[in-house]
Ligand binder design. Structure first.
Ligand code: FE
Length: 137
């Protein structure tokens, strides 16, 4: 986890890559099939690239064919918040890191059974910690 969370836009800009800043802080979307993790099949924990909190486990990752890392559920529900997003003439549900407010992606209702959720997350909003399990440092 980060010792000191950036507070201002300028601090975030210094802290993140330009692509991460555009996605996390300006609600951008990385192009499909370009990110580091859409095809990552290793076991571990995906943490927030902004603040380091655990977000999604490889256990919930599935191949959605979309070119973005896709998950059926957050690993730690308390770390993830959803908000309605009516931008771009669409009704979508935005997925946000609860701790730093970083934009992660969107959640859709066309995922696999039984929950049918598809958390469609930008790779660059995430850092992958190989081998890390939930609630273990
Ligand atoms: Fe965060």
């Amino acid at each position: 986890m980060k010792q000191k969370m950036p507070q201002t836009d300028d601090e975030w800009k210094k802290d993140l890559s330009p692509e991460q800043y555009r996605v996390l802080r300006q609600k951008g979307t990385e192009p499909a099939f370009t990110g580091a993790y859409w095809n990552n099949k290793k076991k571990g924990m995906y943490v927030c690239a902004g603040c380091g909190h655990d977000l999604f486990s490889s256990d919930a990752k599935f191949d959605s064919g979309t070119g973005w890392p896709s998950f059926t559920d957050p690993a730690v529900k308390e770390n993830v918040e959803t908000r309605s997003d009516n931008s771009l003439f669409m009704q979508r549900t935005e997925v946000v890191c609860k701790h730093c407010g970083g934009h992660l992606g969107h959640v859709f209702d066309d995922g696999p059974m039984p929950g049918k959720k598809r958390y469609c997350i930008n790779s660059c909003s995430l850092d992958f910690k190989e081998g890390k399990e939930k609630n273990k440092k």
